[in-house]
Design a binder for this molecule. Structure first.
Ligand code: HEC
Length: 705
């Protein structure tokens, strides 16, 4: 953590946040103690850097010396004076612009900084390119890769121009290597999610680890023969952790394509949904743990793991903690891969869908208890109003709800709880390295999912409508005016562009469906206008980069080859007023003692301002972006979507000590650092997750006056 290591006894004047997540161990822990539980109440805004750009901003900035490095929502790299917020330089790689009617926007969650003491460079992912920039000027270093950047689509498989690859979470630096994963498509075609290490000086590929094994590599037997030629994803998009002393990099991966239907990948599908421990110098696998066998629920490992040292059964163990979407937290000896708390393989139900062979068991750790609820039952439905409750009961009666790992059925929604966005997400957890206590925020809302049989002559738009729109607009498209407009006659009121805008951006109570691909959108609009369902459009060769939320976004498309069943879409189970249709808490912050596996505290996190104004118990809300913990005993977190607040909690008790309204939602992980003896806290803000709120983005920094 320390910027210039100080041999003197006095407190350091400058402390960096030089790595995404604070340090290579990914613990979001800071040794700073200037801001304390006693004075945090006086924390005030120090500077603000506003960005007049649309889109998502999930960046955890890095701070080296006096300079803060970050992204704007449209993927410009910026350098700010960390003490004042003054812009020092801006690098625009020129990717911004309309593509399929969209602007390329983030997320770009952070950058990596390398220095050998003489020379230094900034490694910045911008879509499929990994740039090396001069930290003083922001100019590409032309000797790196091809004219300053490596094209990450290359050296995977087949024709690289057909791949969708984007470096959304930064790599880690190990000696003179930058180790990276990437984001890719959720449906076929998708390249294999190889982990790769590049030389920081030349950009030359130094090693790659095949997350989908090739002939001669162990794990190949967990796939059907020849599947490796076309299987895709199993990619690391959530970030990495590094044990620099031992030279081990930890890489959690996501599911293989297609996310929800795996008839063409029958088997356990190693190394999808796997925590990999690799030799950082060579990429050789040291150990692995698969969290979901044959994933058919998009249960990616969606968070970076954190290094931690715990006292376990009287023995000091260097461990690694891996959160999940399910709400499970896994803890392993990070050298051997031995679980510290036993992991049980539990029997789970088979798939009712032809062709799908679900894996018969799935793992679950015996401790800690999950940090999100596990089973949606009728008594957990919303009681916000009698009408909402009655509505939720009617809906729930039509769902299948039986806990974790229930394979999706065709033509009946299945509850996924916690939902597609966790449990835990990409923000990761914070760990107080002195105590071994982990602070982790979680979503606690239910979603539903369903498959439909692909009918070659059409049917996708109608199926999509029934799955995504009929809840509000009625199976007959007549809605229930005035709350939910009839779409029966929409063609008489709106033109194609206006209909597309409502669907993509949402309006009022209607959520945005911004992840629908353009070919599918065209069919859906045609279906709304004519009431008939056109044949599916020809599949595009590769998915258009759809900007935000691709992790969970593209399965609505009609592409993906001959899969017999398609997923109808990601549905939050919301009541007619747009609130989760289940009982609160809808989002939480948890403190878990990793030495014992026991909870120290658990509190709701976030509020809907209009519900909070009515009084009543705290509801919590969905939240994205992780916490930071400091040596003075403070946990800082933004993350909440609707109240736009950043908060400080007492690490020991969970008591709220400070909160401050941000210009937009702080749905990113904060960073804390010290310049000239003054401690700052900075967070990226934007409203991309709530389109009915004013859009915009800003970095906001706080300090004691
Ligand atoms: C959670 C409820 C909800 C869902 C789900 C929903 N809508 Fe809507 N929709 C609404 C509401 C409410 C409005 C009116 C918004 C306003 O003007 O404030 C609306 C408006 C519209 C309009 C504009 C109608 C007009 O006359 O101006 C279109 C078109 C539309 N929705 C299409 C869709 C499609 C297509 C889907 C599925 C992909 C969908 N909606 C899903 C609630 C919903």
């Amino acid at each position: 953590m320390l910027g210039g290591l100080c041999a003197c006894a006095v407190a350091p004047r400058s402390v960096d946040w030089p790595v995404y997540g604070g340090n290579a161990g990914s613990d979001r822990y800071s040794e700073l103690t200037q801001i304390t539980p006693a004075n945090v109440g006086r924390l005030a805004e120090a500077w603000r850097f506003a960005m007049d750009e649309p889109g998502d901003s999930q960046t955890n900035p890095i701070i080296v010396g006096r300079t803060l490095f970050a992204y704007t929502p449209t993927l410009n790299v910026i350098a700010l004076d960390g003490a004042t917020g003054r812009l020092l330089w801006r690098f625009d790689a020129g990717v911004q612009g309309a593509a399929a009617g969209r602007i390329f926007t983030g997320p770009a969650r952070g950058l990596a900084y390398w220095s050998d003491g003489h020379e230094s460079r900034l490694l910045a992912g911008i879509m499929n390119r990994l740039y090396a920039l001069d930290p003083r000027t922001g100019r590409p270093i032309r000797s790196f890769g091809e004219d300053g950047a490596v094209d990450l689509r290359k050296d995977l498989r087949g024709d690289y121009t057909q791949h969708y690859v984007s470096l959304t979470t930064p790599g880690v630096i190990y000696k003179d290597l930058i180790i990276v994963g990437f984001r890719t498509s959720e449906t076929k075609p998708a390249p294999p999610g190889d982990l790769r290490a590049y030389d920081v000086r030349s950009g030359r590929l130094r090693w790659s680890f095949h997350t989908i094994p090739r002939p001669g590599e162990p794990g190949l037997e967990t796939w059907p023969a020849e599947a490796w030629r076309s299987a895709g994803a199993a990619n690391n998009w959530a970030g990495l952790a590094l044990d620099a002393r031992r030279g081990i990099v930890y890489a959690p991966t996501g599911s293989a394509v297609s996310d929800m239907y795996g008839a063409d990948r029958v088997g356990a599908d190693l190394y999808a949904d796997t925590l990999l421990a690799l030799d950082a110098a060579t990429g050789k696998r040291l150990w692995h743990f698969q969290g979901v066998h044959h994933d058919i629920w998009d249960r990616d490992f969606s968070s970076p793991p954190s290094l931690v040292s715990v006292l376990h059964a009287g023995r000091r163990v260097d461990a690694i903690a891996q959160p999940t979407k399910q709400g499970y937290l896994y803890l392993f000896d990070r050298v051997t891969g031995e679980p510290l708390f036993p992991i049980e393989e539990r029997a789970v139900p088979p798939s009712p869908v032809p062709g799908e062979i679900a894996w018969p068991t799935q793992p679950r750790p015996t401790l800690p208890e999950p940090y999100a609820r596990q089973l949606l039952t009728a008594d957990l439905l919303t009681r916000r109003t009698p009408a909402a409750h009655a509505w939720a009961e009617r809906q729930f009666a039509g769902f299948r709800s039986a806990g974790q790992f229930v394979p999706f059925a065709a033509d009946q929604p299945t509850v996924l709880f916690p939902g597609f966005d966790g449990g835990a997400e990409w923000g990761g957890a914070a760990v107080d390295v002195r105590t071994g206590v982990m602070y982790i925020n979680a979503n606690d809302v239910a979603w539903t999912g369903m498959l439909v049989r692909s009918t070659p002559g059409g049917g996708l738009a109608a199926a999509l409508y029934q799955a995504q729109c009929s809840n509000c607009h009625g199976a007959d498209r007549k809605g229930s005016p005035p709350a939910f407009p009839s779409l029966d006659d929409v063609a008489g009121r709106l033109d194609v562009g206006q209909i597309a805008a409502v669907i993509m951006n949402g309006r009022g109570r209607m959520p945005p469906f911004s992840t629908i691909q353009s070919s599918t959108l065209t069919q859906l609009i045609e279906y709304l206008r004519t009431g008939t369902d056109a044949a599916p459009a020809a599949a595009p060769a590769s998915p258009a980069p759809t900007g935000q939320k691709l992790e969970m976004g593209v399965s609505l498309s009609s592409e993906g080859g001959p899969a017999a069943y398609r997923f109808t879409g990601y549905n939050r189970f919301l009541d007619p007023d747009g609130y989760p249709a289940i009982a609160p808490p809808w989002g939480t912050l948890n403190a878990i003692d990793l030495n014992t596996g026991r909870y120290l505290w658990k509190i709701p996190l976030g509020e809907y301002p209009e519900l909070a104004a009515q009084g009543g118990p705290a509801t919590g809300t969905e939240n994205y972006g992780g916490p930071v913990v400091t040596a003075s005993g403070l946990v800082f977190i933004g993350a909440t979507i609707y109240d736009h607040k950043i908060r400080a909690f007492d690490a020991a008790s969970g008591a709220l000590l400070w909160q401050h309204e941000l210009p937009f939602a702080g749905t990113a992980t904060p960073a804390t650092y010290m310049i000239d003896g003054r401690q700052f806290l900075v967070i990226a803000t934007n409203n991309a997750r709530n389109r009915s709120a004013p859009q915009g983005a800003a970095y906001v920094a706080f300090a004691l006056p």
